[in-house]
Design a protein around this ligand. Structure first.
Ligand SMILES: C[S@@+](CC[C@H](N)C(=O)[O-])C[C@H]1O[C@@H](n2cnc3c(N)ncnc32)[C@H](O)[C@@H]1O
Length: 502
């Protein structure tokens, strides 16, 4: 896994190999922002304003960085509203992949935050490193070096780290070991091939309850499962526990984990007798046992906030260690955001089998769904063709729907984060504006498309149409010529060129 991510960097998301939408959306970023602000308010009511040192937000395994950007953008707005000085906060994006760091440094959405000193970056292995060396400021984070509460964001990372598998059979605890049957015959060089070719089986053997000699807390969790469950298969997120322990060493102050992952939250949801499920999606991942994380946090004297819908496959949780103050604002914000609805619900509403829903009766219904999704750029992108189709078919567009779309497009663009090679958001916004008759604005976005996604025959073709609609024939000619340079044999372009010559 280390090799896979370190080698490929952000490429795995640019090519859409590893899934990311559910942990990287406006809805989740807004929820995190609310929880961070609420926790800061809780701290300030007890200890006063953080004049001497900032709160830190550390993102572990930030990957491509989209969530970090959404969150920073949201927090920027919150800080303006609360009139809090920026020096109260420092955001640090980390990953094991140096290659990803190189991408972040120059990324159009992240660079402004780096330049203004809000964002720093570091290579950090959550299971191994005892220091964090910040690349931009040169600062070193070491044991006890942070003296304000530390926020830690762990999205789709605990499912990536090491896990131990167990099964309780008739109230007797068993270790579940994984054996690769054809280990000696498979090539180790290419990871993809390795995952594909590996034939494995699980082997169970009864174990002593003192399984983790160095961790009485983990043994207590195992003992509890043995007593409470007659038959249950479960995982212990060992890498997650290590990560929590490593990070807690950086400060004596509260450490607040915001975690989103696929997971189970209650022992009643453990399968009675199932082998561990390993998902293959470029890399590999396994479900996270949030029930064990909750028990761990509580055994360490911490607080744990879990989603109201315990059965949801995708969970968002808040684990809080060392808070010596009341966390009423945080608890309220969590309940208010996650007692019923969650990112999973939003995606289940917007997509069926990973495809956007198609049977909308009106443009307004699509706008309603996008309003619910807060015009998340990815969701808008997936729906833009349907919007354009409705506009082309002269679906009634009322003044209020037009306003909603214009507002929405502005919002989607504010959160533009270039990642997927195939998702040209600027082009999608330009095409929507053109179909609404806003030709000058459309041209602006087609130009952004050229800037961010390079020269493209369709972008020049659409620019031609927009200039033609504005009766700017000089520019229209220029654009169709550019388009034909890229695709000299294209019939539609040749026709448009002849039309312009008449
Ligand atoms: C599934 S991706 C999640 C990326 C991003 N957080 C998201 O939600 O889309 C896992 C990320 O964790 C990083 N990672 C893997 N092992 C790690 C470790 N031991 N310490 C820190 N990061 C790690 C990988 O490089 C990768 O960026």
């Amino acid at each position: 896994m280390h090799e896979y991510y370190a080698e490929l960097g952000t490429e795995v998301w640019e090519e859409e190999v590893v899934p990311q939408q559910i942990t990287n959306n406006i809805y989740l970023a807004n929820t995190y922002a609310k929880l961070i602000i609420a926790q800061m308010q809780d701290y300030i009511s007890a200890h006063g304003k953080p004049i001497d040192a900032p709160f830190y937000i550390l993102e572990i395994g930030a990957g491509h960085g989209r969530l970090s950007f959404y969150l920073l953008e949201n927090l920027r707005q919150a800080f303006e509203v609360f009139e809090w000085p920026k020096r109260w906060l420092k955001f640090i994006m980390t990953d094991i992949s140096l290659k990803s760091l190189e991408t972040w440094k120059t990324h159009h959405a992240l660079k402004p935050f780096i330049d203004e000193g809000w964002l720093d970056i570091a290579v950090y292995n959550a299971n191994r490193d005892s220091e964090i060396n910040l690349v931009i400021s040169g600062q070193k984070i070491k044991t006890d070096s942070i003296n304000k509460p530390l926020f830690v964001i762990c999205n789709y990372i605990f499912d990536t780290l090491i896990q131990d598998a167990f099964q309780v059979i008739n109230h007797r605890l068993h270790e579940v070991g994984l054996v690769i049957k054809n280990e000696t015959q498979i090539e180790k060089g290419d990871l993809k091939e390795y995952f594909k070719d590996a034939q494995y089986e699980f082997v169970k053997r009864p174990i002593d309850i003192n399984y983790y000699p160095e961790s009485p807390v983990l043994n207590k969790i195992l003992q509890a499962y043995e007593v409470e469950c007659e038959n249950a298969a479960f995982l212990m997120p060992l890498g997650a526990f290590q990560c929590i322990e490593n990070l807690r060493k950086f400060t004596q102050q509260p450490v607040i984990f915001l975690v989103s992952d696929k997971g189970v939250t209650d022992k009643s949801l453990f399968d009675p007798d199932e082998d561990p499920d390993i998902s293959f999606h470029g890399s590999v991942s396994m479900t996270v046992n949030f029930d064990a994380l909750r028990r761990y946090t509580e055994l360490c004297g911490g607080n744990c906030l879990l989603m109201g819908d315990k059965g949801a496959d995708f969970q968002v949780a808040n684990f809080i260690f060392n808070a010596d103050y009341k966390i009423s604002n945080t608890t309220y914000a969590f309940a208010n955001s996650l007692s019923c609805f969650s990112p999973q619900d939003l995606f289940d509403i917007c997509y069926i089998d990973d495809e956007p829903i198609t049977n909308f009766k009106s443009l307004e219904s699509i706008v309603n769904i996008l309003n619910l999704a807060e015009w998340d750029p990815n969701i808008f992108y997936d729906y833009h063709e349907q919007i354009i189709e409705k506009l082309e078919n002269n679906d009634d567009i009322t003044v209020s729907v037009e306003h909603s779309i214009l507002n929405g497009l502005e919002r989607a663009w504010r959160f533009f984060f270039k990642l997927e090679k195939s998702q040209d958001l600027a082009f999608a916004i330009g095409a929507t504006l053109y179909n609404m008759g806003f030709n000058e604005r459309a041209i602006e976005f087609y130009n952004y498309s050229l800037e961010f996604f390079g020269k493209d025959k369709d972008t020049y073709f659409n620019l031609t149409l927009a200039y033609q609609a504005l009766e700017n024939y000089t520019k229209a000619h220029e654009m169709i010529n550019e388009s034909l340079k890229i695709s000299p044999k294209d019939k539609a372009m040749a026709e448009l060129q002849s039309e312009l010559e008449v």
